[in-house]
Design a protein around this ligand. Structure first.
Ligand code: HEM
Length: 377
């Protein structure tokens, strides 16, 4: 199994889909909540009679569930993080970021309850249906927290802008709703206003103090196997093992202490090759030890070379999780020669590395050993 010839990349389609459908679900859920509120306050406009708003609200809500199912399935299929289908049904049981992933699951379960009770609304009776429907107000901020707490793109300006736009849209709708509260619900105006003010402030504080700070991946509950070892890792260039900056629990660790200099490490792991129509996918999962500790995952897609037993690469994805580094560095192979490759990996805060790996692949045992060296780009 000798991959040859570097070409273009195509990082895991599942990962892109999970991220894309996450962002789309948030936008659709926001639209469904806003349309639901507009319907309930009898909002009309010349080209938007109430029945049209109600119909769009229903269709968008069903679409949210379809997109969410794709979001959950692609998160499971991506395979990098240990997420199972059960994690998409039962909240807070996942081995991967249990709280933040669990909030997504909770929100999804609430939406399912809303959808199912809406389907049997006639048999259920209006007041019971309405009581369940109010859960929509809870499912939305819970979903926002999930996206902020577990999303890969939370540090990107566009994801923050998208989330902020969703928050503003829902706030405007909720304040319109509160202003029109009357009759038996008039007493709820005070608490609802307080909640509508406190929620966005709370979300902003959480984002600044949590996901936007370094070390969030470890604090959020990412398994050690994805981050590296818990033992303190000496910063590159230091002689002792006492440096606390390498500890995954250390929120003060930064890229300059862990990956600020050239390093070299050893690789040990295993290889799997999966045949796919028109090609094959090779996955190499390796533990990194030496001057840096962590895990390196390489995924290559390619077409078999006639008679050569090798693979002509058509795409690649690299994930490098390093102890002491707050987020996984990701990138692609830029040059591949036999069992040796050069790659460039980066993470959201701007840390970019050029890495070089020299591998020995044992096709009989499906194992791989080798060396990894890297330097700041
Ligand atoms: C109402 C329900 C949900 C909504 C609105 C939602 C929305 C989102 C959003 C906005 C993101 C951030 C995407 C990014 O940063 O690019 C995200 C990430 C993620 N969600 Fe959900 N989600 C929901 C439920 C779930 C459930 C039930 C699962 C369970 C498997 C799940 C798994 C994930 C994962 C694994 C990520 C991280 C993907 C990445 O690497 O960015 N989500 N979700």
């Amino acid at each position: 199994m000798t991959p040859v010839l570097a070409s273009t990349l195509s990082p895991s389609a599942y990962w892109y889909l999970a991220r894309g459908t996450g962002a789309v679900s948030l936008v659709l859920l926001t639209a469904a909540v806003v349309l639901g509120i507009l319907g309930s306050v009898r909002f009309t406009a010349p080209r938007w009679p109430r029945f049209a708003i109600d119909a769009v609200h229903r269709d968008v809500s069903l679409l949210v569930i379809v997109v969410l199912i794709i979001h959950i399935v692609t998160s499971v299929l991506d395979g990098f993080a240990p997420i199972t289908l059960l994690d998409g049904i039962f909240p807070f049981v996942s081995g991967y970021r249990p709280l933040w992933l669990g909030l997504g699951t909770l929100s999804f379960d609430l939406l399912l309850a809303i959808a199912i009770t809406s389907l049997v609304r006639r048999r259920l009776g209006y007041s019971a249906w309405r009581a369940v429907h109010w859960l929509a107000y809870a499912s939305w901020p819970v979903a926002v927290l999930h996206g902020l707490g577990t999303g890969s793109d939370v540090k990107q300006w566009w994801m923050l802008a998208l989330t902020a736009a969703c928050i503003v849209a829902v706030l405007l709708a909720v304040w319109t709703r509160i202003a029109r509260v009357s009759g038996e619900y008039a007493g709820l105006r005070g608490p609802a206003t307080a909640l509508a003010v406190v929620t966005p402030i709370g979300l902003a504080i959480f984002t600044l103090a949590g996901p936007l700070r370094t070390g969030w991946a470890a604090r959020a509950g990412t398994p050690q196997s994805l981050l590296g070892h818990t033992a303190a890792v000496p910063p590159v260039g230091s002689s002792g093992a006492s440096g606390s900056s390498g500890s995954l629990r250390s929120t003060g660790s930064s890229s300059s202490t862990v990956l600020g200099n050239s390093f070299s490490s050893n690789l040990v792991g295993n290889v799997t090759q999966t045949q796919a129509p028109g090609g094959a996918i090779v996955d190499l999962t390796m533990n990194v030890s030496g001057q840096v500790h962590g895990q390196l995952r390489v995924r290559l897609g390619g077409v078999p070379i006639d008679g050569g037993g090798g693979l002509s690469m058509t795409g690649s994805q690299i994930d490098l999780a390093v102890a002491g580094q707050p987020a996984v560095l990701q990138g692609r192979i830029v040059s591949l020669r036999g069992e040796e490759f050069d790659a460039r990996v980066a993470e959201g805060d701007g840390t970019t590395l050029n890495i070089h790996a020299q591998l020995q692949i044992d096709t009989n045992n499906n194992t791989v050993t080798g060396t990894l060296s890297g330097a700041p780009a």
